[in-house]
Unconditional design. Structure first.
Length: 389
């Protein structure tokens, strides 16, 4: 501020802080770019490993996509969901059935409608269609779920998982006996899975930085204060659940193309529990936590599965009882909840170091405050007011 000659500036003018410099593009994109770098680097390191390790890597990457989708809703809303395995199943069946060669559909699935039996898509068109269908299903399901919180939401999503399991087992038009659908082309390569992870990371990061994502996180921290600011909490939850379902559907389609046979048994409580455990272990409130949790749990489970099968890991040869990896994951989950409730990442994203021009969490706090105060929001009506657990 310029001061006239002979006029002494006041203390307030002297102490007034200088405006903070805006964040650079690298600083803003670093939480996303750092996670992409970790995934790509891991793939490059393990890319020339044995076929069994490549299979484990592909499964871990596919699981990461679904867990990122789970984070979009659970991490931003604070509402627990146990039903995303069912949405993954929707994506797996749609992506799988739409890719089975036409000549095989008449034999494997003779009851398919003509528009399905006469169509065969390649991997990515089928995966995109699966994401859209899963998103539509997610939106319909979110209409009642968006008004629930706490235990009510958890039970409702668990009911969704149970319903999807029963439907898939008994809907013989889309599957053979037992809910299994064979004949899906196995063409999810390592780099196809990496592309899927990058897409999921981009969607999740863009959403959490959007005005809608910021409003949803505000409702997570204090629902009463969020409603007093005019934030329509059910509407924001519906948006997040729809996006979350679409990402889970994408992961399901890539899963179907990695195993060749889709079975309803692959998408039940154990799958949902593992995905939620990965998110909690890594850090439920951050995208970095979703990635870190998947990597940590995948490494542990694969290690103990090797010991269960009696194959051993390096010089270690131990024959452990079946199911030990589930017990180990459960124990790790308990330890994390007790010793580090915020997860391995403490609910924080990876930040660009300050020596490289990063500004850390301060800039994100400024962004959220600005978005909440300056973005037009719809005032919630009494019927939009969800129960607070």
């Amino acid at each position: 501020m310029s001061v006239a000659a002979g006029v002494t500036p006041s203390k307030e003018e002297v102490k007034r802080p200088r405006p903070r410099r805006p964040r650079g593009v690298l600083d803003q994109a670093w939480p996303f770019l750092s996670l992409v770098g970790i995934v790509v680097l891991l793939t490059l390191v393990l890319g020339n490993a044995s076929g069994e390790i490549i299979t484990y890597l592909i499964q871990a990457l596919v699981t990461m996509i679904v867990t990122i989708g789970l984070y979009v809703f659970v991490g931003n809303s604070g509402v627990l969901s146990l039903g995303h395995a069912g949405l993954m199943a929707v994506g797996a069946y749609v992506g799988g059935i739409m890719s089975i060669p036409v000549i095989q559909k008449s034999t494997l699935l003779p009851a398919l409608p003509h528009f399905l039996s006469s169509t065969a898509l390649s991997l990515w068109p089928a995966a995109l269609l699966a994401a859209v269908v899963a998103g539509v299903v997610g939106y319909l399901v979110s209409i009642p779920i968006s008004r629930l919180s706490g235990l009510g939401a958890a039970v409702a999503t668990l009911a969704l998982l149970q319903i999807s399991q029963v439907v898939l087992i008994n809907w013989h038009v889309l599957s053979s006996d037992g809910g299994a659908t064979p004949g899906v082309p196995v063409d999810t390569t390592t780099w196809a899975a990496v592309i899927g992870v990058v897409i999921a990371l981009a969607i999740a990061y863009l959403y959490q930085r959007s005005a809608s994502g910021i409003r949803l996180r505000a409702s997570r921290e204090d629902p009463v204060a969020a409603r007093s600011l005019g934030i329509n909490i059910p509407r924001e939850r519906r948006r997040a659940f729809t996006i979350s379902a679409a990402v889970a559907g994408l992961g399901g389609a890539l899963y179907a193309h990695s195993v060749g046979t889709v079975s309803a048994a692959d998408f039940f409580i154990a799958t949902g529990f593992l995905q939620l455990a990965m998110l909690v272990v890594g850090g439920i409130n951050s995208l970095a936590g979703a990635v870190s949790g998947v990597l940590a749990i995948s490494l542990i489970t694969d290690f103990f599965v090797q010991l269960e099968n009696g194959q051993g890991v390096g010089p270690l040869k131990v024959n452990l009882p079946n199911g030990i990896e589930t017990a180990i994951v459960s124990l790790l989950l308990l330890l994390i909840l007790i010793k580090r409730p915020a997860g391995l990442t403490k609910g924080q994203e990876f930040r660009l170091p300050k020596r490289l021009g990063g500004r850390g969490a301060l800039a994100d706090a400024e962004l959220e405050a600005s978005a909440i105060s300056s973005t037009d929001v719809a005032v919630a009506t009494p019927t939009d007011d969800p129960g607070v657990a």
